[in-house]
Ligand binder design. Structure first.
Ligand SMILES: NC(=O)c1ccc[n+]([C@@H]2O[C@H](COP(=O)([O-])OP(=O)(O)OC[C@H]3O[C@@H](n4cnc5c(N)ncnc54)[C@H](O)[C@@H]3O)[C@@H](O)[C@H]2O)c1
Length: 345
């Protein structure tokens, strides 16, 4: 029988349900304990989902010998401290995105993973979204030629999602880091690391929040590719991560909320009798399963990497690189200038 990875969850808020269900659905994972500083939250989750052990102090959970790894659906501000303590206590860590809100915290987490030898995975869950995985596969197959441009958006109305205690409504929690990290990470996953960004932002909807609710950033990559990330936490529309990837021979358009990818390929070109009016592209729809927030897939990968002693794909440096792009965007907005991204962690 496959070895079971025994897990604890620290944080029993909204998103913990995805972690709980993800773990419970996997035959090779076992949920041993859950912790939250809020005793009612932890009690409710434990009773609803039958979790045997509960804590209000995460350090007590970390003392358990029968916990191999922890997942951290916690406010972004405490990711670094608790991830570092967990790794030092000998636990592998799956930390929610964004990895942290500052470069210093990201560096500390990366260094701690190196020093302790524990796996540190960052929950950039888009890496497990079927449309995104398929799009990467199509780009890598060369089917749309050489990449020229990529844009991704993260438009999600946050007006009613402040986080327990309002931790999302704080000046250091820029939406481009908090939610925009999904779009940034998707661009990095397919097009690689942008070397420079230039951004504008405004705050016209969530006017009581001390942050810009809408941001647009253009990007340039060392291989000549250009890109764009758009993030809105104030938008009045359905949640979307609509994305366009353009190559020399075709274009992909997809979303995390559509069960297909549109693939456009040039069919007829040219100097024909209709003065180019027949120049057109053919759309092909690639069907796929709709699985936005595939936390189960993410936790399955985390457990398999631990069991097989393989490094996780979205490790500390990957998570930190996505934060680095977000921080460069924030800096660009503040300075009104293009900013180079520093990926040294
Ligand atoms: N991957 C995704 O798409 C996705 C989606 C939603 C949220 N998230 C991330 O998940 C994390 C949690 O988000 P949420 O919506 O569940 O927030 P939430 O506010 O609903 O829950 C956070 C919980 O952490 C608890 N907590 C705070 N400090 C603690 C501590 N020191 N020890 C133990 N518990 C503590 C709070 O009491 C609260 O119950 C955030 O990092 C968020 O960005 C990711």
């Amino acid at each position: 029988m496959e070895k079971k990875i025994r897990l604890g969850i620290i944080g029993a808020g909204n998103f913990s349900v995805s972690h709980i269900c993800g773990i419970k659905n996997l035959p090779f994972a076992e949920l041993v304990a859950i912790c939250d500083i809020n005793p009612e939250a932890v009690k409710e989750r434990a009773e609803t989902y039958g979790i045997p052990h509960t804590y209000t102090d995460y350090k007590k959970l970390l003392e358990r010998d029968d916990v191999d790894a922890v997942t951290l659906p916690l406010p972004d501000q405490v990711h670094a401290k608790i991830a570092v303590d967990a790794m030092r206590a000998g636990k592998h860590v799956l930390c929610e995105k964004p990895m942290a809100l500052s470069r210093e915290d990201c560096s500390l987490m990366v260094q701690t993973a190196r020093q302790t030898g524990m796996q540190l995975m960052v929950g950039q869950v888009g890496r497990y979204t079927p449309a995104f995985v398929k799009a990467k596969e199509i780009v890598e197959s060369g089917e749309i030629g050489e990449l020229t441009f990529m844009e991704a958006e993260y438009a999600h109305d946050y007006s009613k999602i402040g986080g327990r205690g309002g931790w999302r409504i704080t000046p250091e929690r820029h939406p481009i880091l908090g939610g925009g990290c999904h779009a940034i990470d998707l661009v990095r996953m397919i097009a690689g690391n942008p070397e420079e960004v230039f951004a504008y932002a405004n705050n016209k909807v969530l006017v009581d929040w001390p942050i810009n609710d809408t941001t647009i950033a253009v990007m340039k990559f060392s291989n000549g590719v250009i890109g764009k990330v758009f993030n809105s936490h104030g938008c009045k529309r359905a949640y979307t991560m609509r994305t366009v990837v353009q190559g020399t021979k075709g274009t992909l358009i997809f979303d995390n909320t559509n069960p297909w990818i549109s693939v456009f390929k040039e069919e007829l070109r040219g100097d024909d009798m209709f003065l180019n009016t027949r120049q057109q592209t053919v759309e092909m729809r690639v069907q796929l399963s709709l699985n936005n927030h595939n936390v189960e897939g993410e936790i399955a990968d985390f457990c398999r990497c631990i069991t097989e002693g393989k490094p996780v794909t979205t490790d500390g440096v990957e998570g930190a690189s996505t934060v680095a792009v977000g921080l460069a965007i924030v800096e660009s907005v503040e300075k009104g200038l293009p900013v180079k991204v520093d990926y040294e962690f």
